[in-house]
Write a protein that binds this ligand. Sequence first.
Ligand SMILES: *Cc1c(COP(=O)(O)O)cnc(C)c1O
Length: 434
Amino acid sequence: MKYRSLNANAPMVDFREATIRGQAPDKGLYFPMQIPQLSNSFLEALPSMDKTALALQIMQPYVGESIDTNSLEQIVKETVDFEFPLVKINQDIYSLELFHGPTLAFKDVGARFMSRCLGHFSKAAYNKTTVLVATSGDTGGAVANGFLGVDGVEVIILYPSGKVSPVQELQLTTCGQNIKALEVMGSFDDCQAMVKDAFMDKDLNGHLSLTSANSINVARWLPQQLYYFFAWQQWLQMGFTTAPVIAVPSGNFGNLCAGLMAHASGLPLQHFIAACNINDAVPAYLRTGQYQPKTAIPTISNAMDVGSPSNFVRILELFAQDHQKMAATMKGFTVSDAITQQTIAAVYQQYGYILDPHGAVAYYALESFQNNHPDAKGIILETAHPVKFPETVEAAIGKSIPIPASVLPLFQQSKKSVHMQANFAALKEWLLAQ
Ligand SMILES: *Cc1c(COP(=O)(O)O)cnc(C)c1O
């Protein structure tokens, strides 16, 4: 498989180079030259395939010759080494729980896959790669956990001081080894700007081999397709004969765009719902045909506080820049904080199910869609465990959330971070001294 830059001004590359670079030299996002098509025999075998075999079949065409089959099988096995249960909330709405990985959010799959691919490549090249990543919360933990102990890869995570939840902060500051956390005295936008400046800086790029670990990177983006296959398998096992509508809580739109890739390769899903908080550039585009990125506004579903979603260009590409085509497959909804909070409370009272704020945005969007499509049954992607957002969730349900056993050891550890002023000069000085 070859990848081209969506800015169309850079050479084509293979999977290995796309992963190592992150972004093309012309600042474009990489996009596969073809979308592999699923065969009928694959679709027939799918309901009973085990996760590793399925993941290998889906990822192999995208990886191509960059990784041999045995190594890739080991990589995907470790990537999907936990549960992805489809849980019934009520007659019409099911929850695909993507929070059973080590850091309790869906980003674990992408981070584990990417880290192992990069580890594989750096083993072959004998040179060290430095992953530099800004996080508003969940990415940091997933990347820290995914890359922990991976030979040949150093990880540096920038996070905004005081603006991530206690569980999120412990997850990204307690790993040690090859993981370092920089606690920036500023906002998430400041962290992201510092990282972007670093990728542009000649001195730093001469000194370090830098790459990013957000969903711009094909190795983090593409494995997210697997969720939709796991959903479909369980949907069939439950006895449904018509395809579900899928509601995806979205920020940077990597997850939803991965679902669209699975759909384009032949996975029979009915319709996609782009569920956003008030940072709703994509729902607004779906309504009006006008795309206007904005500055992000903070909300209680903070992992979706993105004003200018990076993966929107990939979605445009998938629909050949055609607004009508896109609007025929996707519908957007905007959900306020007040409604998100009410939804968490109502779903808990009526069905005993505890949503996290991101899942709640998806739930409300799906329910709104079903008001006009009463026959449509659907699935929300529950992207994080509610314990990652205790203040919001506990206020809504009126009691404390049981802490999963896997999180308890975190509270025994102490945070290790390097404090840093929110400017690029401080980051550069620190990086050059590494
Ligand atoms: C990152 C994240 C999202 C948004 O995913 P995108 O792929 O950026 O659209 C949604 N929910 C949670 C909990 C997240 O961590």
